[in-house]
Every structure is written in C-alpha cells, then in structure tokens.
Design a protein around this ligand. Structure first.
Ligand SMILES: Nc1nc2c(ncn2[C@@H]2O[C@H](COP(=O)(O)OP(=O)(O)OP(=O)(O)O)[C@@H](O)[C@H]2O)c(=O)[nH]1
Ligand SMILES: [Mg+2]
Length: 290
C-alpha cells in the first residue's frame, strides 16, 4: 500500500475537479431504500464528537445533502442503519454503525462491538473535519476555549482548530492501534475512507487540508515538507495492514460554523451543485473500494 499515495491523491484531486466542473448528478450512483441487496457490507463510521458522522451517514443513506436546515444533536447512543446503495451494476446492502463521538461508555461499547478479536466491519468511514468540530455544550466549550487562548487571553479560529486537530489525531491513533491489535485486516476489514467532512467551510483552503490528510503529498518538494502527524499515522496503518485507503473531501450539510460565541461564524462556501458533486464522488469511491 505504501507506494499508492499518488492514487490516493488522485482520488482527492478528482473530487475537487468534480466540484469545479460538475457534470450533473449521475443517475447510476444513488441510494435506495427497498429490496434485498446482492452483496452485504458492514460499515462503521468513526471519529471525534461533532465531526459530522451522523450527517454524513444521513446524506449517504438519503442520497442527498441538506442545504442549511437544522443542526443535528450530539449522538448519545450508536446509530444503526441499513440501506441499499445502487452503484452502477453493483447493488449493495449496507449495514452501518455510527459510533457516538462523545459519551465515553457508549463509545467504548460501540467500538468493542465493531472492532474486537472476533468482529470487524468490511469498511471504516473515519470522519474528520480539519478542526471544525461542533462542541456540543457550554462546559465543553469552556474547556476548549481555556486551552486555546494564548498567554494574552486572545482566542483565534486557528488556535481552536489546532486544539481540535490534536484531539482528532490522538483519536485516529487510538483507532489505528485498535485495528492493529485486533488484527482486523486479517479478518474482514478491507478498506478505510478518511472522509474530510465540512469541506464547504474551508473550500478556500482545501489544498492545505489535502496536504494535512494525504500522506506524502509534499515528498517531492525541495526541501521536502514535513508530513503531518495524521499523515504519518495513516501511512503506518497502511504499511502494517492490507487495506485499501481513500481520502476524500465531503460536505453533508451547508451550515455556518461557530468556532466560539465570541468569534465571527464561518460561512459555507459551496452551493448545492458542488456538494452534490462531492457526494457523487464519494459514492464512486465507495464503489471502487467494495
Ligand atoms: N457546514 C457543515 N456543517 C456540518 C457538516 N456536517 C455536519 N455539520 C454540522 O456539524 C455538527 C456536527 O455534525 P454531526 O453529524 O452531528 O456530528 P457527529 O460526528 O455525529 O457528532 P457526535 O454525535 O458527537 O459523535 C452539526 O451541527 C451539523 O449540522 C458539513 O458537511 N458542513
Ligand atoms: Mg452523531
């Protein structure tokens, strides 16, 4: 796997091109609700609190994204859903489990149910959001703001993002360790998609997000640019496990984002056509991995 990062990067670039020059929604890639599927897959959605797991799960199941609308709520228990995806000639019955990000006990229980010595899903959709996590309640916001303030007491979006990214990395490293320890790839785990969600909020810096999440992107630079901790963890995972990996940008909702009550909100920068193109690309990626 280790020499395939060019392909992973090409997959990412194809998603960007699809937004820049949308070809119209493809009719042969869609989600359906009824009827038995031919191939069964179990997918686990993992990632930090407020990263966008529930919204992505809904968008994929419903075949569309929400333009504005209601925020979701913090997930307290695992969300389980089944849907049939029609991906060209491939008809797949997907059972998905969304691990709740925040409630520790429920999260541990759900993680044990998906990744243990005896069980593993076919695929993992690991949801990250480049530091744009929703912080669900006031006490957690206070903890975050205290940690992100600099010595003069100033709070900036960049400092908040950095705080989330550090947590996100630790969470990803734990997941990778669990995959290694449970030898999931030697049983049923075949693929992982790193879904870089909420891309609508940082489309103006989407190349920076790519450099952060796609390993080896800057290896050819002179001098080579240091890889992010996330890229290193992903590279290690691929080196030690025979699984296929994709890293793609996605948006599941167009909604402004508040880093903190005291900071100006960040607005969505994509329209319905753009997020539709990203969703179609995500379905195509799923099809290629299955
Ligand atoms: N702008 C934007 N907002 C999003 C997107 N996806 C989710 N959100 C918002 O981000 C917040 C968190 O999304 P969720 O899907 O509930 O996050 P989660 O990962 O399920 O969080 P937990 O349930 O805590 O594990 C919600 O307020 C969503 O409305 C997106 O693609 N773009
Ligand atoms: Mg949730």
């Amino acid at each position: 796997m280790s020499d395939n990062w060019d392909d992973v990067q090409a997959g990412w670039d194809a998603a960007i091109r699809a937004v820049d020059a949308p070809a119209g929604r493809s009719s042969h890639v869609r989600a359906g609700k009824a009827g038995p599927g031919l191939v069964r897959h179990t997918i686990a959605f993992t990632g930090e609190p407020g990263a966008g797991k529930t919204m992505l799960f809904q968008a994929l199941s419903e075949g569309g994204v929400r333009l504005g609308g209601q925020e979701t709520r913090k997930s307290l228990v695992p969300e389980l859903g089944h849907s049939n995806l029609v991906l060209g000639s491939l008809r797949i019955r997907v059972s998905a489990l969304v691990v709740p990000g925040q409630v520790a006990q429920e999260r541990d229980r759900a993680m044990t149910s998906i990744l243990s010595e005896h069980t593993s899903p076919t695929g993992i959709i690991h949801v990250v959001c480049w530091g744009h996590n929703k912080v669900w309640n006031r006490p957690n916001q206070n903890v975050m703001e205290r940690a992100a303030r600099d010595s003069s007491g100033a709070l900036t979006p960049e400092a908040i993002r950095a705080w989330h990214l550090e947590k996100e990395l630790a969470d990803f490293e734990t997941l990778c360790e669990r995959i290694n320890e449970t030898r999931a790839a030697q049983r049923s785990l075949r693929w992982m998609i790193v879904a870089v969600s909420k891309a609508d909020l940082f489309w103006d810096r989407i190349d920076d997000a790519r450099d952060y999440y796609v390993p080896g992107f800057d290896a050819a630079a002179h001098p080579p640019t240091a890889e992010s901790g996330f890229s290193t963890a992903l590279r290690d995972l691929a080196d030690h496990n025979d699984i296929r990996i994709a890293v793609v940008p996605i948006s599941s909702q167009l909604l402004r984002h508040s880093f903190s009550d005291s900071l100006r909100p960040r607005l969505s920068q994509l329209d319905s056509t753009g997020v539709g193109a990203l969703l179609d690309h995500f379905y195509r990626t799923l099809k290629e991995l299955m």
